[in-house]
Design a binder for this molecule. Sequence first.
Ligand SMILES: Cc1cc2nc3c(=O)[nH]c(=O)nc-3n(C[C@H](O)[C@H](O)[C@H](O)COP(=O)(O)OP(=O)(O)OC[C@H]3O[C@@H](n4cnc5c(N)ncnc54)[C@H](O)[C@@H]3O)c2cc1C
Length: 259
Amino acid sequence: MRFTDGARAEADLLVGADGFNSAVRRQLAGPDEPAHDSGYIAWLGITEYSHPRFTPGSVVHLWGDGMRFGLVDIGRGRLYWWGTKNMPFERSSTWDGGKAGVLDAYSGWPDEAREAIRVTPPADLLTLNTRDRSFLQPWGTGPVTLLGDAAHPMLTSLGQGSAMAMEDAAVLAQHLRHAPDVPRGLRGYEAARYDRTRTMVEATRSISEFEQSQGPVRRRVRDGYFRWMSHRKLVGKLEPALTFPGAGILPGTDERTDR
Ligand SMILES: Cc1cc2nc3c(=O)[nH]c(=O)nc-3n(C[C@H](O)[C@H](O)[C@H](O)COP(=O)(O)OP(=O)(O)OC[C@H]3O[C@@H](n4cnc5c(N)ncnc54)[C@H](O)[C@@H]3O)c2cc1C
């Protein structure tokens, strides 16, 4: 490994767990790998919060025309909120509307959403371009591999980015422990993770497009879909993402990775 300060290092194993703009991934995918823009901007905040229409302990998701707003009670009187709005990348990447601009975007929305924006200190309000990358395979060669967002950056609609990184770590540890050498351990880890993480990247992208539906027809389809689907069916659809199928019993051991 060569570092920007000129230092060099050698190791038996390199795990690129260096996030969305991974330098290790760049070695594999090349410097020009494009990021895929989601087509919407995201605003986020954490604030002290209470509102007569917001039940403590709850999570609320409000749906609009190419826009959404989420409120999540994170305990001790604090709220995490996020808002999304469809916007071409040229505008979202240079957006500098500040708190007034966010309030303006949510004009006419329920007061519990607007109140969350109003009480957030401007310095705690973040603006993000939401992006992912197309699925990359393979993740490594020789003693090098990728993990987490470096391997499979995804949009946030299923809330699975960190979850997948933790699953990667569990599977990687299992494979390294039982493989005859590092490269074979890494290739076993990668093979065990490709299908699940590819499904997650692709499903998150398509759910995200559906959620951001804009225009009367697309919006009615989206709203009807969520309104009329039974709770049981909805939970059933989310269950695969929220259940870690693991790699079953590893050869030669009685250890399972699916707990
Ligand atoms: C708005 C938003 C909401 C989200 N919600 C959820 C959710 O509800 N559930 C969920 O599971 N996930 C969620 N995620 C996704 C989650 O945050 C990421 O998937 C997760 O942080 C990825 O973890 P990681 O360790 O792979 O990468 P990162 O968290 O990005 O960590 C990478 C680390 O590498 C360091 N690094 C980078 N480059 C170098 C370098 N050259 N040298 C040294 N160090 C370097 C960085 O400083 C950083 O500490 C959300 C993401 C966003 C943006």
